[in-house]
Design a protein around this ligand. Sequence first.
Ligand SMILES: NC(=O)c1ccc[n+]([C@@H]2O[C@H](COP(=O)([O-])OP(=O)(O)OC[C@H]3O[C@@H](n4cnc5c(N)ncnc54)[C@H](O)[C@@H]3O)[C@@H](O)[C@H]2O)c1
Length: 350
Amino acid sequence: MKHNLAVIGYGGMGGWHTQWAQKSDAVTLAGIYDIKEERRALARERGIRAYETLEELLGDKSVELVTVAVPNDCHRELAIKALRAGKHVISEKPVMLSVKDLEDVIEVARETGKLFTVHQNRRWDVDYLAVQRIFDEDTIGHVFNVESRIHGSRGIPSDWRGEKAHGGGMLYDWGVHLIDQMMRLYRDKKIKTAYCEFDHITNQEVDDGFKLTLTMETGERGYVEVGTYNFIAMPRFYVQAMKGTAVIPDWRERCKVVKCKAWHESDVVPVQTAAGLTKTMAPRDEVTTDTFELDRPQSDVHDFYRNFCAAMEGKAEQTVTHEQMIRVLRIIEAAFRSVETGAPVKVEGE
Ligand SMILES: NC(=O)c1ccc[n+]([C@@H]2O[C@H](COP(=O)([O-])OP(=O)(O)OC[C@H]3O[C@@H](n4cnc5c(N)ncnc54)[C@H](O)[C@@H]3O)[C@@H](O)[C@H]2O)c1
């Protein structure tokens, strides 16, 4: 059974949701609403129903679920209105701008008996899934350091993403995805401290990049970095474990693994460096290591909607849970506190 979906906000991501919905086996597209007439007109040109007002969309009894794809500061108000109108709601990320706002919305979801979740679509990214496999299959033993970076060179976009009032900044933008992925990888290990630094290279109002270190109570480290002024990008993922190292140079590329098969080398030959000699840093060879690539994982991002619809029917638990959303926002709030104090801080609730 397909469920009837309406999308609020017909910009970049609203367009993405409608395109997926039009070919979906889980939902049918009822229509969209955008505050801008030109966006509604564009939808109509494309053969999509554009509701004239938000009230018209929310009053359409045939609409069962609503995806909210508007700038970050508008998620709260629209999610609450849609829940109160009796719709199940998917919010674009970041789910809300604070834990308090999120708790308010979750409360309304409870009151109304409707489902509420966030579109954490990057749980279906194949680079992330490859690292997930390293954890799941114990490919290189116990993982003690994951570095997750995304680098671009165009600065922060010049739209609402660059403005504090709209919930701009890269921590709220890419940060929520990478933090969510990191917590999935470490299977919700408790965090001891969070330490964060912001970049302000092209924008002084919001962070146009950040570096966040999460140290787990058991000692493992999750490092998350977003940069918008990197003309040479660092690897998307770098993973250190007790039996080897894995790297994904770029999201288009496969995961390369170097696995240690013999720890000791009897006759390490020192190597010449620019102005010296080193045995410690001498590269290993195939006698003590195996080098291989992992197959690209299979992934279908539309499983997000399939799962949500199954949850609406009571046949599945929603993949992105309220607890997980709250935790990501608690980490984000800790990151802001760390930037303010210049020191590692505790994450609320850990
Ligand atoms: N999950 C992802 O991969 C991903 C990717 C990009 C954006 N996003 C998220 O999607 C949301 C939208 O981002 P975008 O890139 O589409 O922005 P956008 O600026 O391209 O589009 C936003 C649209 O919302 C409309 N809008 C603004 N306020 C509204 C309101 N009150 N009611 C109805 N329409 C309103 C605007 O007119 C605009 O057309 C943001 O929360 C963003 O973080 C998610």
